[in-house]
Design a protein around this ligand. Structure first.
Ligand code: SIN
Length: 280
């Protein structure tokens, strides 16, 4: 098995079949995942049951509450866009599940149907987003918490629901509206590596705790812009057999919506995480 770091974030894993991982390879992958926050596997051939078995090596599967589920495997969330649909799922920088009290560890995304061109996914490192800040700003951020929410993304008033794009692809806005908005430290001690990560994101973070949204927006926007500066993002292209496994605590991602009139169908399995702690 060969693990090659990518330019900005993540590592590509080749010369391995994820259906038949040895215990030694498993340990190597866990170390690489903690270090890089993103593993891209190429040339794999996974049935749904193999996909589930791979996810279960890492923890308990989180069955998605909002995405359409696979008809035979409810633990698999369908991330789809059909030729007549304009909007994609995940077409903005975000990390999944920061709206949960105990956010998921990460997701394993498998390509099933790809457009002829386009449909790449961008990733950014939240290790790097924090490390690059000045000592002064780091000190301030270490004292802050932030409020996150699913309501504006998956709730009844969300864009997905209002634009009516999601009837077949998403559901249960009532569950998003009923979910209490969790408060997480702005700088989290990464549960696997122990390193500090910036834990706010444009998708789900509303504001700093004790600050209004208006007060929070300038600092949040500065953090967001510096996190996705040109040299800090990795563009991952999908080919048949590609798998992306990302860490929700250490990375953000963004699904490019540049394949109008074509289909893109992906299977996503999300793995439960543990409680988050402030990096103090
Ligand atoms: C997602 O945000 O989970 C979807 C990513 C993708 O489709 O590339």
């Amino acid at each position: 098995m060969k693990i090659t770091p990518l330019n900005a974030v993540g590592a590509e894993v080749t010369e391995v079949d994820v259906k038949t991982l040895t215990d030694g390879q498993d340990v190597q992958l866990k170390t690489a995942f903690a270090q890089h926050g993103l593993l891209i596997f190429r040339g794999q051939d996974l049935a749904e049951t193999d996909h589930l078995a791979l996810a279960e090596r890492w923890g308990q599967v989180n069955t998605n509450r909002f995405f359409k589920a696979h008809s035979d495997y409810p633990q698999i969330a369908m991330v789809e866009k059909e030729p007549d649909q304009q909007e994609n799922i995940g077409g903005g920088w975000h990390t999944d599940h920061s709206y949960d009290q105990i956010p998921a560890l990460g997701s394993i995304l498998v390509a099933r149907v790809l457009p002829e061109t386009g449909g790449d996914t961008w990733f950014a490192s939240m290790y790097r987003a924090f490390d690059q800040l000045s000592d002064g700003l780091k000190t301030v951020l270490l004292t802050l918490n932030a409020v996150h929410s699913a309501k504006h993304v998956f709730g009844n008033q969300s864009e997905y629901m209002q634009k009516n794009i999601s009837q077949a692809r998403m559901g249960r806005p009532d569950l998003a509206d009923a979910l209490p908005d969790p408060i997480h430290p702005v700088v989290v001690r990464h549960p696997l590596s122990g390193r500090p990560v910036l834990y706010v994101n444009p998708g789900f973070t509303l504001r700093f705790e004790g600050w209004t949204q208006e007060e929070s927006a300038p600092l949040l926007n500065d953090l967001y812009q510096s996190a996705v500066a040109d040299d800090q993002v990795e563009r991952v292209d999908w080919q048949p057999g590609t798998i992306a496994f990302w860490d929700n605590r250490a990375t953000w991602h963004f699904a490019q919506n540049d394949y109008q009139g074509q289909s893109r169908r992906m299977h996503r399995i999300t793995i439960e995480g543990g409680p988050l702690q402030a990096y103090q």
